[in-house]
Design a protein around this ligand. Structure first.
Ligand SMILES: [Zn+2]
Ligand SMILES: [Zn+2]
Length: 325
């Protein structure tokens, strides 16, 4: 009698195991297909597949998230400029991997060699959690200054103003960055991280610290641009929220608290840690209110090709189409 009962009791477990096996098999097959694609497809085509997968994941995460916690409910998912920003998504994700990987690795190696060896040895003895925490803070301060310089310099602003041309905020606005803007700001974060020996460019395989720093910044970038009213209470002193970064996109008017000498003052330059803005005197809290409008007064081309070229061309305000978003 016991045996059939035991068999019956085992059945749901067996079917769960079968399910687990089939999910495991399915996942393994998916990974094998991806690996074989990576071997046989040209790098460009493989990037397209990988990035399309990433985009689907972002859509699945952020479209319902923005629907549930919408800040501006009337804003459409397929707003004007959505297609242009999708173009930036692919461009910005491929450019660092395919065009900049070798020069950046060379730069990182050079910085490591130029940096103080005793300092790097000392830092190298840090427990890994401390090295990671220090890398996050050092990169954050580098990103902060790179971003602030983008606002202070008229030349750099020509590139960064493209990001500020968005008049509606959502997760995908995160991708709208001219490649020069992207590379300059990233270098400002990575150079001190490598120079201090907090990240390594060679030896012992891939160093996960710069990868996790980049991934955290990227995911948080989508969150702080999103059209959501999510607040984090007391944690907002430490971690950036949509309200913090939406104020950075406030329609171009000098903000009282952002008296930082920047020609294009917006405050709230830090990508993930608002206390860095507090430290350097550029924090703008918005007193718990949301900005009424986003964007800049300067005319901006409306398509991807026009926006990529715009910073290199002389100002021809009469010929430039105002971004209609
Ligand atoms: Zn900015
Ligand atoms: Zn932004």
């Amino acid at each position: 009698m016991e045996a059939p009962g035991a068999a019956q009791a085992d059945e749901p477990g067996l079917s769960r195991n079968k399910e687990r096996r089939s999910v495991g098999t399915h996942w393994r097959e998916h990974m094998e297909t991806l690996l074989s694609l990576q071997k046989h497809l040209p790098p460009f085509a493989f990037d397209l597949i990988r990035l399309t997968n990433g985009l689907i994941l972002l859509l699945v995460l952020f479209v319902p998230f923005e629907h549930l916690f919408a800040l501006r409910r009337s804003q459409k998912v397929l707003r004007k400029g959505f297609g242009t920003d999708l173009g930036y998504y692919f461009l910005s994700s491929m450019l660092p991997n395919r065009v900049l990987a070798v020069p950046l690795a060379a730069l990182a190696l050079g910085l490591q060699r130029m940096g103080s060896e005793s300092l790097q040895l000392w830092v190298g003895d840090f427990p890994v959690w401390l090295r990671f925490a220090a890398a996050m803070v050092v990169a954050e301060i580098g990103f902060y200054w790179g971003h602030r310089w983008m606002h202070q310099s008229d030349l750099l602003w020509r590139f960064h103003s493209i990001h500020h041309s968005a008049t509606e905020m959502d997760w995908l606005v995160n991708t709208r960055a001219h490649p020069v803007d992207l590379v300059f700001t990233r270098l400002c974060g990575y150079i001190p991280m490598y120079a201090l020996g907090l990240a390594h460019s060679v030896g012992g395989g891939v160093d996960w610290i710069p990868l996790v720093v980049a991934l955290t910044g990227s995911i948080w970038g989508y969150f702080i641009h999103s059209n959501t009213r999510v607040r984090l209470g007391w944690l907002e002193h430490a971690i950036a929220t949509p309200m913090f970064h939406h104020w950075h996109h406030n329609h171009e008017e000098a903000m009282d608290a952002a008296d930082d000498g920047a020609a294009h003052r917006h405050g709230n330059y830090a990508p993930t840690m608002p206390w860095v803005d507090r430290l350097f005197g550029t924090l703008h809290s918005g007193a718990g209110q949301w900005p009424k409008a986003y964007g800049i007064d300067e005319p901006t081309e409306s398509g991807l090709a026009g926006q990529l070229l715009q910073p290199f061309l002389p100002d021809r305000k009469s010929a430039v189409v105002r971004d209609p978003e």
